[in-house]
Design a protein around this ligand. Sequence first.
Ligand SMILES: [Zn+2]
Length: 112
Amino acid sequence: MVSFQNKDILKVLNAKLDRIQVDLVHLMADAKPVLLDQSTQGRLSRMDAIQQQEMNASLISRMHQEERKISAAINRVNDGTYGICCKCGENIDPNRLNSDPAAPFCSECTTS
Ligand SMILES: [Zn+2]
């Protein structure tokens, strides 16, 4: 019922997951509170640092979401339900899976 090579899909998904986890480790290391040395940093660079931390924090939460999404897709490959919409049970358009291999929903369920 699934027109994909599960092994290939797993390879793609695991590679994506690995990359995200590596990026997350780096980001989390960067997200540790920056020690702000008042003598060498002006007000602007301090604001930059805070802004940078906020951007990191939102990036980290986005990547955690992506991590969960990819893990769920890997589980679906193992369950044999990969490529099937989690909402309506229809097959997900292969083109859609090509552009987003971890897509849990068909295009109709995503937009509705
Ligand atoms: Zn659907």
